[in-house]
Design a protein around this ligand. Sequence first.
Ligand SMILES: *[C@@H]1O[C@H](CO)[C@@H](O)[C@H](O)[C@H]1NC(C)=O
Ligand SMILES: *[C@@H]1O[C@H](CO)[C@@H](O)[C@H](O)[C@H]1NC(C)=O
Ligand SMILES: *[C@@H]1O[C@H](CO)[C@@H](O)[C@H](O)[C@H]1NC(C)=O
Ligand SMILES: *[C@@H]1O[C@H](CO)[C@@H](O)[C@H](O)[C@H]1NC(C)=O
Ligand SMILES: *[C@@H]1O[C@H](CO)[C@@H](O)[C@H](O)[C@H]1NC(C)=O
Ligand SMILES: *[C@@H]1O[C@H](CO)[C@@H](O)[C@H](O)[C@H]1NC(C)=O
Length: 264
Amino acid sequence: MNAGAVLILNLKTIIAGVICFEKFREGNVDFCSCDPAIEDRSWSTFSFLEALMLCSMRCSQTASCVAYNFINATNQCQLFNQTLNKFSVLPGCQYYYRKVVNDSDLSAIGENLTVEADDYLQEFYINGINVMSPSRFPHAKEWNTADMYNLKGDLFVIAVRAWNTIAFGGVTISTADNYIVTNSTWKCRKDLTDGWYKINYNDSFWTDALEGLNTYYPTSSPLARYKWIFGPQACEHCDIYCRRSFIKKDRLCLEKHFWEIVLA
Ligand SMILES: *[C@@H]1O[C@H](CO)[C@@H](O)[C@H](O)[C@H]1NC(C)=O
Ligand SMILES: *[C@@H]1O[C@H](CO)[C@@H](O)[C@H](O)[C@H]1NC(C)=O
Ligand SMILES: *[C@@H]1O[C@H](CO)[C@@H](O)[C@H](O)[C@H]1NC(C)=O
Ligand SMILES: *[C@@H]1O[C@H](CO)[C@@H](O)[C@H](O)[C@H]1NC(C)=O
Ligand SMILES: *[C@@H]1O[C@H](CO)[C@@H](O)[C@H](O)[C@H]1NC(C)=O
Ligand SMILES: *[C@@H]1O[C@H](CO)[C@@H](O)[C@H](O)[C@H]1NC(C)=O
């Protein structure tokens, strides 16, 4: 492989025209979409790099295309009209998605999340990235005042770490339209595990969150009537880790099916 190829292989982002595509990866893990493709083709006569560039051009020129898989062994290009629903981690398959470049982009519908923890909010992750900062969460250390987080772009995973000193302890996260709301479909845990906030983290051994009302919360606030979550049981002087994946639970590609596509 020549130096140019090595350089481009290390690029995280591919720019085709004015549209940016970003390789979807977490640490050194590459994701591969298992969703149905709207177009699927191979460019076997081209080099790897030419085929990769053609694939991103093809996606940028297809109005409904928002993402693509590129499979290096066969120079295969699969276009998608939806963002990632099911994924797998397969060597040689890389998923690129249209990057949100500015606020007027279609995928950048800002959803406002109301985020509150009793007693403290300690860490707050969107898609594996800690977005916690004093300016974004000025009330993180107040058990009775919520913060608002403006969520833009695609949502894959929310993960939160809170702390409870005494009495009720838990978190509540919601959008006004209840598209996102903490309930028993979330998972909670009291102990730290490695990578607990990542997208590519298997939380199947975590227990379903317990739901409850926070009867200590100021009754003048609507949050007093919201679902708070915690678990696996109430605790004091403890960390509370909760997370929810918005990617479909069944996230493994059927590899057989996948290879049939590759060989077709
Ligand atoms: C994607 O394409 C499929 C097949 O053409 C279609 O049924 C589906 O509605 C499309 N989805 C979106 C989000 O455009
Ligand atoms: C395809 O990618 C895999 C995993 O990244 C790598 O091991 C393999 O050498 C690549 N193959 C080609 C033909 O580039
Ligand atoms: C943002 O995106 C819109 C629509 O895609 C485009 O018209 C506009 O020029 C972009 N703004 C900037 C600052 O790039
Ligand atoms: C989210 O909050 C911002 C700032 O308060 C506001 O401008 C925006 O309209 C809100 N978005 C929605 C979808 O409610
Ligand atoms: C949990 O909340 C989600 C919205 O994020 C909703 O779709 C689901 O039906 C709720 N499930 C339960 C058991 O309340
Ligand atoms: C997650 O872990 C469970 C066992 O804890 C296992 O059965 C399951 O296959 C794993 N899922 C993935 C996608 O690795």
